[in-house]
Design a protein around this ligand. Structure first.
Ligand code: ANZ
Length: 875
């Protein structure tokens, strides 16, 4: 049973009730089902994990990717994501840091809406229920969260600020509208997201889908392409993630070169190329099917074929046209371009592998120096002219993509190709036929969704005539520098932002959140959509109540799920502020997360979008750092016991609830961290979990006696067995360093070694027992609190100062010296580490065993190896 579902009780609580009734649990037994809820309750009551604003201690802000509360509840992968930073947080707290570990819910999104579509249950209801369950599960794992800072992206008090940021983007010209294709499913009567369309059919039901053009909001993330790339150098992130972002941004340095078009004196065909050094080798050109020149230059005899080709291309996605397209197809337009470097004619083809949305939508093709063009030229019998040799000047085997010396390039022959690359652009620039440019693969961010369960846009649409009436100096409406408008049937509509003080614009309630046939659910709420707006105050009314009121339509798209997660890390610093996103002083005190952990799957979307908004907020002066996540870490995926990805269909999913019920959260926590290095992908093992559970039982039994009180073995004395003492200091050193470096697995091994030593020693000091419990506390906090309490402590173990080690204690004060008599091992002596030959000999003479073997013999020769051996030759 999932947390909080059913009887409304934590499964632990249920089992405890049973146990208490039957008195099954003697106090000396380690029983997580009793201990864990007990301490979770105490932590909550005492607000043990409250982060204190402006506290004098140094701050430590740790953040895990906040969960999307799905109906399925937590799986063990999430558990790993929350447990690991919790260990760090608990350690830092004990180290004297003012630790902030918050969480919240990324709760808008499609699953709740799809569930509503199937069951009729409103997303608000499912979302609240799922959040309750997740909160319960996170508590069940013993994660130390400051619950007073919990946020929920679907709470109007939260999305007020998501809308506020959007309005700022709108005001600064970074939000605009564009007609863009979306997937429409006639049978379902709805727009579908890309991920809901599989192989050209709806994921739900498998119905046919078609492309429909709809007006969409787009955010100009490309304005930040340069900063998004360059600032990556300043963050401590996994290399692969940094590289993925760099590739996604795709900075490309090249040149635009303008070609004349034969027979069309008023047209220019401008291409984008990263290889202007190959310009003399151009034998054909390829333009995208959507390029405006296609219609103008295609000759009559080629028109029918070209039209058919263009039509076929229109139904393909960019991905189908590029990455997934192995066979580069094309069709000749019958027209020619004139090469500005030598006046040579080049055929102009249409090819769908050239994208209209990248560069200029047109390319030069150089078969001698590009594999793709080479194959194309061979297939269509187009001339191939080599213009670059091997680096040593010899003729290269074609296609040759490297650098070398220029040939067949007129006056530039013999010049190095790298030098020529710059030179030709400079020379063509003199006659405005070329210019150096930078392009990015990054596209602007399509920011509209045709769903119900998202943030409404705080935007109204009004007529052009009414827009012109607005007095910019007086109005409270938010207006962009350049108007944002669209045209329909020859009439223009202009976007205005609601006054900032009117936010939040609440998501209106709807019975059926998936009305059939509507492009957007909100568009069916005509009373909500059609309003009158006062052009001065920005207030909206159901009726025209004043002379300044004009009719307006609300925007009926909602924001994508990414919006709320773009800035949530800021809200934790000041979650209840109604006047600002975050108070500046609190921002300055806490700063950005010192540690941010989550799965690698978000390498580009969330982590890029959040950086974009952060850099925008930085430019507005709202945040004081250029990057939101200075240190990022990805935990590895946990596989099923069969080493396959966990999935319902494989039946290899491990449910944390079950594990907690069977072994307790401490065992789950310890095992998750003991499985292997945090960043590694690792398979689950039932045997492994048994092993760590036994370790915890042993730890408990070692310090707690049969009567449930301190074990008789634990002595309240300053004396400690030298071996135990040495190992304790080594363990403090290693566990501290390992936690800092997130090597939780090796820290746990070391604790196991120490426990073995404590078990072998006849006694253990109370001090050592306490230190061991403190070291164990980040990993198994419930057990640690319980033992700590029974050892006579009154505060939480996490509040006690982390144990320190003494470097000098790490060195053994004594050594074992082996005594051989005539080559035979006769005795072992424990002596001071720095004992010399005379001292060792004196000790040997006094040793009973040595005395026996020396009876009647004289020492003839002594061989002494310092710290190890005393060999006596006797006769
Ligand atoms: C001539 C050439 C010769 C090229 C050569 C490459 C190699 P990146 O680095 O990815 O920016 N290109 C330009 N616009 C394109 C478009 N809209 N669709 C498809 N391909 C396009 O790549 C830039 C190169 O990709 C450009 O340089 C152009 O081909 C092609 F030996 O120009 B090149």
């Amino acid at each position: 049973m999932a947390c909080g579902v059913g009887l409304g009780l934590h499964p632990h609580v249920q089992s405890i009730k049973l146990r208490l009734m039957t008195q099954e649990t003697p106090a000396f037994l380690y029983d997580p089902a009793i201990i864990e809820p007990k301490w979770q309750k105490k932590w909550l009551e005492k607000k043990a994990f409250a982060a204190k604003d402006f506290d004098k201690r140094p701050k430590f802000y740790t953040l895990f990717f906040f969960p999307y509360p799905s109906g399925e509840g937590l799986h063990v992968g999430h558990s790993e994501n929350y447990v690991a930073p919790d260990m760090l947080a608990r350690y830092k707290r004990a180290q004297g840091f003012n630790v902030l570990q918050p969480t919240g819910w990324d709760a808008f999104g499609l699953p709740a809406e799809n569930y509503a579509r199937k069951t009729g249950i409103h997303p608000r209801i499912t979302t609240t229920k799922n959040i309750d369950n997740y909160r319960c599960q996170i508590k069940m794992l013993g994660i130390g969260i400051d619950w007073d800072r919990e946020v929920d992206t679907t709470d109007p008090l939260y999305y007020k600020w998501t809308q506020w940021i959007f309005l700022k983007l709108f005001e600064k010209g970074l939000a605009y509208v564009k007609e863009s294709p979306v997937w429409w499913c006639q049978t379902l009567g709805t727009v579908l997201a890309n991920e809901e369309v599989l192989d050209g059919k709806s994921e739900v039901g498998g119905y046919p889908v078609e492309r429909r053009s709809l007006l969409q909001w787009v955010l100009k993330i490309t304005a930040y392409a340069d900063t998004l790339e360059s600032k990556l150098a300043s963050v401590d992130w996994p290399d692969s993630t940094r590289r993925q972002q760099i590739n996604w941004i795709g900075r490309s340095v090249g040149a635009e070169v303008a070609f004349d078009v034969e027979g069309h004196p008023n047209e220019k065909l401008t291409v984008y190329t990263t290889r202007p050094d190959t310009l003399f080798g151009v034998t054909f050109m390829v333009i995208a099917p959507e390029h405006p020149l296609v219609q103008k230059i295609t000759t009559a005899e080629n028109k029918a074929k070209v039209d058919a080709y263009v039509k076929a291309a229109a139904s393909k996605s960019d991905l189908d046209r590029t990455e997934l397209n192995k066979d580069k197809t094309g069709i000749f337009t019958g027209a020619y371009a004139i090469n500005p470097v030598n006046g040579k004619k080049a055929q102009i083809w249409v090819g769908d592998y050239v994208l209209g949305s990248y560069g200029t939508g047109a390319i030069i093709a150089v078969p001698a120096h590009d594999e793709r063009d080479f194959e194309f030229a061979k297939k269509h019998n187009i001339e191939i002219i080599p213009v670059i040799t091997n680096p040593d000047g010899t003729e290269a085997t074609l296609p040759y993509t490297g650098a070398g010396k220029m040939v067949n390039s007129g006056k530039y022959d013999g010049m190095g190709s790298e030098e020529f690359k710059k030179r030709i652009v400079e020379d063509l620039a003199k006659t405005s036929q070329a210019k150096a440019t930078v392009n990015y693969k990054l596209r602007d961010w399509a920011f509209s969704r045709q769903h119900y369960w998202g943030e409404p846009f705080p935007i109204l649409w009004i007529s052009e005539a009414d827009y012109k009436k607005i007095d910019r100096a007086k109005t409270k409406l938010v207006l962009p520098k350049d108007p944002v408008f669209y045209e329909k049937g020859g009439v223009k509509f202009f976007a205005v932002g609601l006054p900032q003080e009117s936010l939040p614009l609440k998501l209106p309630d709807m019975k059926d959140v998936h009305p059939k046939g509507a492009e957007t659910p909100l568009s069916t709420l005509s009373d909500w959509v059609n309003v009158f707006v006062n052009l001065e105050t920005g207030e909206t009314h159901a009726k025209p109540q004043c002379p300044k009121c004009v009719p307006a339509r609300r925007e009926t798209n909602t924001m994508p799920q990414w919006a709320g997660s773009c800035w949530y890390y800021l809200r934790f610093l000041d979650p209840h502020n109604d006047q600002a996103i975050v108070d500046r002083k609190k921002l300055e005190y806490w700063g950005m997360p010192d540690f941010y952990i989550g799965g690698a799957a978000h390498a580009v979307l969330h982590l890029l979008y959040a950086r974009f908004w952060h850099q925008f907020l930085y430019d507005l002066g709202i945040v004081n750092t250029e990057e939101p996540f200075p240190k990022l870490f990805h935990q590895g995926i946990i596989l099923g016991e069969d080493s396959q990805k966990m999935s319902k269909s494989r039946g290899n999913v491990v449910n944390p609830d079950t594990i907690v019920k069977e072994y307790g959260a401490d065992t789950l926590r310890l095992y998750l961290m003991f499985m292997g290095p945090l960043e590694d992908m690792k398979p689950w093992s039932s045997k492994g979990i048994e092993g760590v559970h036994r370790f915890l039982r042993r730890a408990f039994r070692e310090f707690i006696g049969e009567d449930g009180e301190i074990s008789a073995k634990v002595k309240d004395t300053p004396e400690e067995n030298p071996e135990t003492e040495k190992l304790l200091h080594a363990t403090i050193k290693k566990v501290s360093a390992d936690i800092e470096a997130l090597r939780f697995n090796t820290a746990i091994s070391q604790l196991m070694i120490l426990l073995n030593q404590i078990q072998t020693a006849p006694e253990v000091s109370l001090q050592t027992a306490k230190a061991f419990i403190q070291l164990l506390a980040p990993f198994a906090p419930h057990l640690a609190e319980e033992v700590w309490e029974r050892l006579g402590e009154e505060t939480f173990v996490g509040e006690a100062k982390w144990p320190t080690y003494d470097e000098s204690k790490l060195v053994s004060s004594t050594v074992k010296i082996v005594v051989q008599i005539n080559g035979k091992l006769r005795a072992e002596m424990e002596l001071p580490a720095d004992v010399d030959e005379a001292g060792a000999l004196a000790a040997a003479r006094a040793n009973e065993k040595v005395k026996q073997h020396m009876e009647g013999k004289q020492i003839r020769k002594v061989i002494f190896v310092k710290g190890r051996l005393l060999n006596l030759v006797a006769g």
